[in-house]
Design a protein around this ligand. Sequence first.
Ligand SMILES: Cc1ncc(COP(=O)(O)O)c(C=O)c1O
Length: 378
Amino acid sequence: MYDDSMPAEGTAGDSEPRQYRHGFRNDYSEGAHPRLLQALAQASTQQNRGYGLDRHSRRAAELIRAHVCRDDVDVHLLVGGTQTNLVALAAFLRPHQAAIAAGSGHIATHETGAIEATGHKVLTVPTDDGKLTPAAIAPLLDGHGSEHMVQPRLVYVSDSTELGTIYTRAELQALSQYCRQRGLLLYLDGARIGSALTATGNDLTLADIATLTDAFYIGGTKNGALVGEALVIVDDALKADMRYLVKQRGAMLAKGMVLGTQFTALFEDGLFFELARHANLMAARLREGLARLGVGFLVDSPSNQIFPLLPAAVVERLEALYAFERWQALPDGRVAIRLVTSWATPQAAVDGFLADAQALAAIAAPAPRADATAAMEH
Ligand SMILES: Cc1ncc(COP(=O)(O)O)c(C=O)c1O
């Protein structure tokens, strides 16, 4: 399915274009799964209504409603994650209201102030593992009790989180219950929901998420689609005028069928979950292989993003062969790197990385094993 005879090309962040054995930088380096491209090619031979009113987008919405086991949710197909977050949050919040996110949350760290640019502050709370809890949110609410400050109104979580961790049903239930008690909306960013829902240890379903949140989105871009995120609005109070608001933000695609055909192909027969399982399987193979070498991890992440801790010298040598992100430098000289696998990651690339890591670790004399174990508890 994926042509690994061509070396991977370097991406933004490299000062010069370079050729790598493989890229583990993200899960959107490959285009789209062939079945989605075929569906798109076929739909392209027909005339389709514009702006998401076509038969493919309607079918995709039907399939998503079936998967969340609710026929009363609104589904809007949008192009990208930042766009979906900003369209949704700007629609859901009144001018004086703010969102709450983990300090590492995507809207707080990697969206160039997109939410703030819509007029809404993003209030952050520190977390160790990227996950929000009622206890973490409570002090922030207590500190925003008067009209001299913005009013926290929406809790933003992502599943999986920026650290590849996932929410259990009990954790999301606790958050949902707390939000309802405190008059807060709960919004879940599902850019990597496929990986989260198929990860080892997951006990959530799309139907649970629709019950526990007010709105969420299902990410296609990072799970085999060319582009596309499906915003699902559960709470009736949030549904009004959404098509106007989507259009006003420039987020309504004239050729909406590009999104509809892809989501239909993803949800018609389980391809969405199949692709996510593959990404997780490749990440697990990397994680287990590195653990066998005595490598520790910054965080215990069961999804398609892992954060091994490697001696700086090994990281430097691996960087000459593979593309990946440096995430965090540790005081003991090790560096946490982020390895991301995708729906298209070939097993041979994973095995090649492990073989190279083993060879380089031997040359560079890695940190002692006891150190690695201590770091895993970080
Ligand atoms: C959790 C999460 N939300 C949103 C986004 C933004 O998506 P996009 O790059 O399509 O705007 C990302 C991208 O990495 C993400 O990881």
